[in-house]
Design a protein around this ligand. Structure first.
Ligand code: FE2
Length: 344
């Protein structure tokens, strides 16, 4: 290569560089996300965010309370910028442990109803999930189902399935039962529901739905989106299982069905609050909110995002509007009552 050519090549490159915004030639920016969420779809959302903004999302996955312990141990040295859970109680506990910082965003305030944001702006819900009853229309008569409380009735003996009480979804449901009925009645409720189960708690929500479709049980406690994931599974046996059951939203005459949230907050020591806020705004855009309704089958929190066909088929319902701080505050009590009731 001759010198003249090299010089003109360098000059051309310099001219080109001047045309590229500096944000695009800086080293790739990145944010670190500590998350309890375990859905493949989340990874494609992170890739979309990187394509759009150049910001890379590094992910650490663990249970919500494990992540809280990790944040406490790492203190100001934590690499984490965001803490994300699949449970409103976890967000509340992280806030009360002083692990989050307030953030402000007009976009988020406009998109998300105030009941789905922390009053001190330390976390925001990203999706909603309803914990409902999944039943066999062949073996459960119309009118037999009514409330969570009714699952304690002896008519359900040998007909119920549910996962372990060590699962945060059941613990959060239990906090709402305690809030509505008091500790003593809730402990008795849990003992009777456990007695009505056809087998000791085992597996995840999908396994409870499968137990109903296979004829082992008549009613399961599950989040709706697991039914949606079975409906859209690549596995024919999953699709058959989903086709054999129906959704029932309990407590429609009273406080409403238990709705939990998946959400996130910005870690207190993060120096990247602006990038982290940008990420949250992206997750709350109608584009991504609508994708959740189809891909993870969770409900959107943005009021302008549409429900999926599957969600519309399950139907509109009344949701329990108990404060998410109750889920956090009453968690230890819920665990204690479950243990005492013998619900493993
Ligand atoms: Fe889940």
């Amino acid at each position: 290569m001759n010198k003249g050519f090299l010089h003109s090549l360098l000059a051309a490159l310099a001219a080109l560089a001047a045309l590229v915004p500096s944000s695009q030639i800086r080293a790739a920016e990145e944010i670190t996300l500590y998350t309890q969420r375990h859905y493949e779809f989340d990874e494609s959302v992170h890739r979309l965010f990187t394509e759009k903004t150049g910001i890379v999302v590094k992910v650490v996955k663990a249970a919500s309370d494990e992540l809280i312990v990790r944040l406490q141990e790492e203190g100001a040295n934590t690499p984490a910028d965001l803490y994300m859970t699949a449970d409103g109680g976890g967000l509340d506990r992280a806030k009360k442990a002083g692990l989050l910082q307030p953030f402000s965003s007009k976009v988020i305030e406009e998109k998300v109803p105030a009941t789905l944001r922390d009053p001190d702006s330390e976390w925001v819900a990203l999706t909603k999930r309803a914990r409902v009853l999944i039943y066999s229309p062949e073996r459960v008569k119309p009118g037999e189902l009514s409330t969570y409380e009714d699952l304690a009735d002896p008519k359900w003996r040998g007909r119920l399935v549910a996962r372990s009480s060590s699962n945060i979804y059941n613990q959060s449901l239990m906090t709402t039962v305690i809030e509505a009925n008091g500790a003593e009645a809730s402990g008795a409720w849990a003992a009777s529901v456990r007695k009505n189960m056809v087998r000791p708690p085992q597996g995840g929500d999908r396994d409870q739905i499968r137990a109903v479709s296979s004829g082992l049980a008549d009613v399961a406690i599950s989040n709706t989106y697991y039914l949606g994931l079975l409906e859209t599974s690549e596995d024919q046996s999953d699709r058959d299982a989903a086709a054999a059951v129906k959704v029932f939203f309990p407590n429609q005459e009273g406080r409403g069905a238990h709705v939990n949230i998946s959400g996130a907050g910005i870690v207190k020591s993060s120096k990247k609050a602006a990038l982290a806020t940008q990420f949250l705004e992206f997750l709350l855009s109608d584009e991504i909110q609508s994708m959740y309704t189809v891909k993870t089958m969770e409900y959107p929190v943005s009021e302008t995002a549409k429900w999926s066909e599957t969600q519309l088929k399950w139907g509109k319902f009344t949701a329990d509007d108990v404060a998410f701080s109750v889920l956090g505050d009453r968690n230890a009590e819920a665990v204690r009552l479950f243990n005492k009731a013998g619900w493993e």
